[in-house]
Design a protein around this ligand. Sequence first.
Ligand code: NDP
Ligand code: GDR
Length: 373
Amino acid sequence: MEKRALITGISGQDGSYLAEFLLEKGYEVHGIKRRASSFNTQRIDHIYQDPHIKDQNFVLHYGDLTDSSNLTRILQEVQPDEVYNLGAQSHVAVSFESPEYTADVDGLGTLRLLESIRILGLEKKTRFYQASTSELYGLVQEIPQRETTPFYPRSPYAVAKLYAYWITVNYREAYGMYACNGILFNHESPRRGETFVTRKITRGLANIAQGLEACLYMGNMDSLRDWGHAKDYVRMQWMMLQQPHPDDFVIATGVQYSVREFIVWAAAELGITLRFENVGIKERAVVEAVVGDKAPGVRVGDVIVRVDPRYFRPAEVETLLGDPSQAREKLGWVPEITVQQLCAEMVKEDLKVAQRHAFLKRHGHYMPIAVEG
Ligand code: NDP
Ligand code: GDR
């Protein structure tokens, strides 16, 4: 029998990879997308199916995690075997600007889904995955972080996700639901949102290499993260729901690097060698050498990275390093893509786009470039 999955956040990075993965496994995939004033489905357009065709196995529903009646109606209609709750206001810095909205979507949104499942009497049929996060560890109490490490959230985002984590555990214990938390460390890809740090770097440096931008403005480059590839991580989200008993798992690579190191790798992929230096308290990166033909817009001596304090956070998570032993031992999961391979793939994709934009610019077309984040 074909299984049916419902994904919130299907238009996001993880939602798009998970939808592809489940379709390949033969699932009927349903996703919730938000109404927007312009198209917001770029990441899933390649798997879109015309609703007029027969035997559709990829179906999108309009909805929102702030709208209980909408969620209940969709769940009733779809009767899913598995729900993946990936929808969220997922940007940590933005959560300081919109804390109440973030709490509503990321915290209460999870409750709304769980409660709808229960009200509809689906609690014994529907398995539930909650997109929990390494941000729960915040001000870290133990290195590396594992399933038993105490939480200390450091942003409205993380506090909202803390509620979501515990309400998922609570529904499992109170109602016997098959509900799991995946405590995922940072995972990236060419589909990563443009304002998260890795994508900001690969996209920004590719634009600079092609002469489309002059400088990349960064926040805290000392920050340490355990970065993996989103493709590896969505595989694990599915694996978690295929076990005999529900459990919570840390998903990470077990290796950490700084934001500065990621900048150095991304620059190297473009043939650019950087020298970091401090001017007063402000760090900057100067081009020391350029080889090959990927960076015609850059000269030796150019300053192409600077610090802008606007990207510092009111409370920072300085260091995250996960211990994925439980996932390896109980589920046999190991990440297949290294962070260096991930960086190379992201640069390659962003360079292709930057080269196209540079071509169009040379022919008189305006290309919007800037993103804030
Ligand atoms: P993205 O930001 O790429 O995607 C978020 C998705 O949630 C988008 O589809 C977005 O829709 C949707 N969404 C936002 N607000 C609402 C709302 N009010 N109602 C319904 N849907 C909404 O995130 P990722 O794919 O990177 O992450 C997926 C999940 O995993 C998130 O919950 C995130 O917090 C969590 N997570 C991510 C990690 C990572 O490193 N990527 C690590 C740990 C946890 P739209 O496209 O319309 O904006
Ligand atoms: P994070 O990811 O906050 O870990 O949350 P992000 O890529 O935004 O930041 C990682 C680290 O880089 C530092 N940083 C900058 N970050 C951004 N965005 N822009 C900058 O210019 C910049 N300069 C330095 C940050 O301060 C931070 O320390 C992500 C999200 O996907 C969450 O949804 C998810 O839960 C966690 O990862 C795990």
